[in-house]
Design a protein around this ligand. Sequence first.
Ligand code: HEC
Length: 283
Amino acid sequence: MLRKFSIIAAVAGLLVATAAPALAAGHPEEPKKVDWSFNGPFGKFDQAQLQRGYKVYREVCSACHAASLLSFRNLGDKNGPFYDAKYPNSNNNPYVKAIAAEYQVSSIDEETGDTVQRPATSADRFPSPFPNEYAARASNGGALPPDLSVLAKAREGGPDYIYSLLTGYHEAPAGLTIDPTKHYNPYFPGDLSSAWSGDPKHVPHGGVIGMPPPLADDRVTYDDGTKATLDQEAKDVSAFLMWAAEPKMIERKEMGFSVLIYLLLMSGLLYASYRTVWRNESH
Ligand code: HEC
């Protein structure tokens, strides 16, 4: 009895110990739960949504954020925003080629050795908006816009977090003093206790972020006629970033499902052969 109790106590202690640092590091608001098309074991990316999300990324986010792990041809891969069954090799997908050609990338002139600019091809990666980290910080009041390639998987809450952050900006509560170049956001992790002049027991959730609110109603015009509300843009770009972070999510789910079916059939078969082999034996 005593031993059982001490095991429970040890487990409880461990849980408290692991939870404590998370609390100490500030307490952002829990991200809003979005009913994504890709949630659940049979969820799939919504291709129209990915295309809209790409448009938001292209026209808004890519001015500051890199997505340097992403190649143009990925856009035309299976389950990707511009996948077309007619072009199983996405390098041949004319839409992908056209998107790539809108960008300039630097490359080396093989005759002179000089660095030159040329239109991107589907094999290139997305170019970064800034030549280096210093330039990125200098343009953003000292804050560094993180690379968005895998951010949706690197942050707790994933696409829910990104969506909540993008839609979560609001006036800083009275009593909070923040740098006028920064913005209050309840979903951004931070510790506001030193900037808070109110009741120390009620420090506001969240933190201050160096990113000005990037989205607003009609910030983009969607090609499919969807109304471009702030909420819609935030959902679409978050879904796009989830796809970018895990482009093979659908294949992974499908594979998991077929493995399960296989295991079920196999177990049935094994059980049936066991029954047959031992049919005439008394136990
Ligand atoms: C004007 C430049 C600019 C634009 C445009 C911009 N961002 Fe940012 N973003 C930043 C900066 C700078 C930071 C870092 C803020 C900080 O650390 O205080 C940031 C941070 C973020 C974060 C938080 C990352 C984290 O560490 O948790 C996310 C998510 C994000 N941006 C997504 C987006 C998306 C999606 C878009 C397009 C809709 C976008 N941003 C457009 C500059 C920008």
